[in-house]
Design a protein around this ligand. Structure first.
Ligand SMILES: [Zn+2]
Length: 565
């Protein structure tokens, strides 16, 4: 087993070996810059500060929001960055709708076998994105729409022209490939086990809204969703959106999830076998199925407000191509105040998710400022509202400071493994873009290898802020420590998986996501070094990363190719 000392020597050796050929190599391939002299203590100090009670769990629109913004501006100033927001400001204002459901006056299915009252936390989990005083659904028919996919480019339409206006639609989680076996229809139409965007809950609620539904419920199962019910219910009936105009407001009064067992019971009351319907849903011939005699009613008070949160943006201005930017991103927001846990902790402060990512960006910035300024600009973005649906990055990407076509890449950090040094780095979204080749190149100089994410069916590629850039064509890379088991120096992939299981099972979005003596940042530091150097190499070159053949984002990027000559 290699030790860290060996690793360090290896890095130095390969860096030195690369020096004599670096200038010649730059013409044809990519030069790899020297490792970043990162500072674990500074990173840990920033995490400790942002995750402390003073910041109240960093929920958008709270006092913790203001304190975090102030802290991040001060830290960016400390590191010598310049403001990179609109009009030379450090911040970009992001107007958000915040809603919260009160205690339901009514929340029940009416079925041929009597009323089925549902507990709004244990049985179903709902929220609303409408700024009204109540979410009201009056005896709406309930329709099962299978995976609810409308994908003309794949010859797939689960709706078959059904009229879903005014109805409550029930979806399966994930996409039609998820349960399919090799050789079985429709295997491969939806990327095999790799989740497509059609498998994401965000897609399903968007599609339900396009269909004019008033309610949308996704049948929860832990394997298909990629997380347990504890994660589903953790927002506690609150929801957020970027502020919408009346004509773009969703028709969905309520959107959310239904427990698998409750759905099974509900379908049985209508004489339907959910397991059999799940099989039918895997065929492109599937048609929506009305739950005969079943309606859904809800009358739930809603409190709503418009709040203004902020993205924090700092930069190192480029020397010769300042109009082109590499953007590093991490989200500053977390889940705020919740119910006390066993240890009485009320703030879900997201120490790893994603104070660590923000701290990493600050230290990358510090190291870059010790070097001569690069040709291209480097922007460091701390996004708001990621946990509410990638809202800060979405708002930025819709209102960018550097146009998307001149944005070289978005490099994102959202959770890093804190279990110690690893022999590999985890790649999310294999086959998407050429940044994975950069990842392999830099990992090699660290004496590490690249391991594709463990469960591509979880769709992590669509679940972090980099996706706001990807869908607009900007090549992206995401480091996410829970994407796959790291091959740890101590204990191998088993220990890597144990760490993921412990983190996602207990701490993800909970008060237990705290920094403590159990954190070993050695492996995280290598990941931060890797992403930092990829960004530096791009900022000091004329290279434009590209999407690979077969990526759903390639065509979008190519539309603006002329502007990158
Ligand atoms: Zn996160």
């Amino acid at each position: 087993m290699r030790t860290m000392l060996n690793r360090t020597l290896l890095c130095l050796a390969s860096a030195l070996a690369a020096l004599p050929i670096a200038s010649a190599e730059a013409q044809t391939a990519s030069a790899t810059s020297a490792p970043l002299a990162l500072d674990t203590k500074r990173i840990a100090r920033d995490v400790t500060t942002m995750a402390s009670d003073t910041f109240e769990g960093r929920a958008p629109g709270t006092a913790g929001d203001e304190r975090t913004i102030g802290y991040l501006i001060a830290r960016m100033q400390d590191e010598g960055l310049e403001p990179a927001g609109p009009d030379g400001q450090w911040v970009q204002a992001v107007p958000l709708l915040h809603t919260k459901l009160g205690t339901p006056r009514t929340l029940a299915f009416q079925t041929p076998k009597g009323a089925l009252a549902v507990d709004r936390t244990k049985d179903i989990y709902v929220s609303t994105l409408r700024p009204a005083d109540a979410a009201v659904i009056d005896k709406a028919p309930v329709v099962f729409v299978g995976y609810g996919v409308k994908a003309p480019e794949r010859g797939w339409d689960d709706f078959k022209g059904a009229d879903l206006a005014g109805k409550v639609v029930v979806f399966l989680v994930n996409d039609p490939d998820f349960e399919a076996a090799k050789g079985m229809d429709p295997y491969g139409k939806f990327g095999g086990r790799t989740m497509t965007y059609y498998g994401r809950w965000t897609y399903k609620f968007e599609e339900a809204a396009r269909q004019g539904a008033v309610g949308a419920l996704i049948v929860h199962d832990t394997a298909g969703a990629g997380y347990g019910w504890n994660v589903v219910e953790s927002p506690g009936g609150e929801n957020y959106d970027v502020v919408k105009s009346a004509d773009t407001l969703t028709p969905l009064q309520l959107q959310g999830w239904i427990q698998g067992a409750v759905a099974k019971d509900l379908f049985a009351r209508a004489g339907l076998d959910l397991a059999a319907l799940e099989k039918q849903a895997r065929s492109k011939d599937f048609k929506p199925v009305v739950l005969k005699g079943v309606t859904f009613s809800a009358d739930v008070p809603v409190t709503h407000e418009t709040i203004t949160s902020h993205n924090v943006l700092g930069k190192i201005a480029g020397t010769t191509h300042a109009d082109e930017a590499v953007i590093f991103g991490a989200h500053w927001d977390a889940y705020g105040k919740g119910e006390p846990d066993a240890q009485g902790r009320i703030y879900r402060a997201g120490a790893n998710d994603d104070a660590l990512g923000v701290a990493a960006l600050l230290d990358i910035a510090r190291v870059m400022k010790t070097r001569p300024a690069p040709e291209r600009s480097v922007v460091f973005a701390a996004w708001t509202g990621e946990e509410r649906g990638l809202l800060g990055s979405e708002f930025y990407a819709a209102n960018p400071v550097v146009p998307m076509e001149k944005t070289v890449a978005n490099l994102a950090i959202d959770i890093l493994q804190t279990a110690g040094p690893a022999k590999d780095v985890i790649l999310v979204g294999q086959g998407q873009d050429t940044l994975e080749d950069d990842m392999a190149r830099v990992a090699r100089t660290q004496g590490r290898t690249v391991t594709p994410e463990g469960l591509p069916e979880r769709g992590l590629f669509y679940r972090a802020d980099h996706f706001s850039f990807a869908k607009r064509g900007v090549p992206v890379m995401l480091l996410m420590g829970i994407a796959g088991a790291s091959n740890l120096e101590q204990g191998g992939t088993k220990a890597g998986q144990d760490w993921i299981d412990a983190y996602t099972g207990n701490c993800y979005h909970q008060a237990c996501d705290a920094i403590g003596p159990d954190w070993n940042l050695t492996g995280a530091l290598e990941d931060i070094d890797l992403i930092g150097r990829i960004g530096w190499d791009l900022a000091t070159s004329r290279r434009w990363p590209t999407w690979k053949a077969g990526s759903e984002f390639k065509a979008i990027r190519e539309q603006s190719a002329a502007s990158r000559n």
